[in-house]
Design a protein around this ligand. Structure first.
Ligand code: GTP
Ligand code: MG
Length: 195
């Protein structure tokens, strides 16, 4: 996708009604701080349109970025953020699940996992839930710049094993620092949303 124009079109909080979009959507899920908003900035060639933070729990709404009036990149709040109360966590969980459930335009869900670490129990729960809902989650292994090149294949294998992904599942390594992996992810998104 050649980015021509971008607009943060809709921001949904816990009590908002989700938009009934007519353009295709792809969404990015993953635990707090894994790099969802940074990835979306990387895909959009923007430094900070999607707000990021070193502190987990930055994105607290579902944000719909309209790309070229052709599709949406959907930034989701992270899960597993320890500082948030249980009731708050539950509300976000419900909001994310509700979106993933009800969107008519959702073409793919990307699940982001930090390439440095084995997937957590929450990651596994999220992955299994997505599969159960009928999605074929695509994995993005984030923060690629933080490990040595010689570690990449081993760590990707650990993610594959830790999530026990279905055969054929795609795993894209990505770095928001170097933008490595950006073109591959766009090629894949293009193949999903462009007729
Ligand atoms: P929440 O909105 O809290 O759920 O987090 P998020 O998943 O949107 O993470 P965000 O993009 O805000 O990034 C969290 C932190 O990780 C920030 O300090 C980013 O700069 C950093 N970060 C994200 N991606 C990368 C990456 O590829 N490489 C490096 N080195 N840092 C990254
Ligand atoms: Mg975020």
């Amino acid at each position: 996708m050649v980015i021509k124009n971008i607009e943060l079109e809709t921001v949904c909080g816990i009590t908002s009604t989700l938009p009934d979009n007519t353009l295709p959507e792809v969404a990015f899920a993953g635990k707090s701080n894994v790099g969802k908003s940074s990835l979306i900035n990387g895909l959009m060639n923007r430094k900070s349109l999607a707000r990021t933070s070193a502190q987990p729990g930055k994105t607290q709404t579902i944000n719909f970025y309209n790309i070229n009036q052709a599709m949406y990149l959907v930034d989701l709040p992270g899960y597993g953020y320890a500082k948030v109360s249980e009731s708050e966590k539950k509300k976000w969980g419900v909001m994310i699940e509700n979106y993933l459930h009800t969107s008519k335009q959702l073409r793919a869900v990307f699940l982001l996992i930090d390439i440095r670490h084995d997937p957590s129990a929450n990651d596994k729960t999220m992955y299994d839930w997505m599969v159960y809902q009928g999605f074929e989650p695509i994995i993005i292994a984030t923060k690629l710049d933080k490990i040595k090149r010689s570690q990449v294949q081993k760590n990707i294998k650990a993610i594959r094993t830790g999530l026990d992904v279905r055969p054929g599942t795609k795993i894209f390594p990505f770095s928001a620092e170097t933008k490595q992996g950006r073109d591959e992810i766009w090629d894949y998104i293009d193949s999903l949303v462009l007729e």
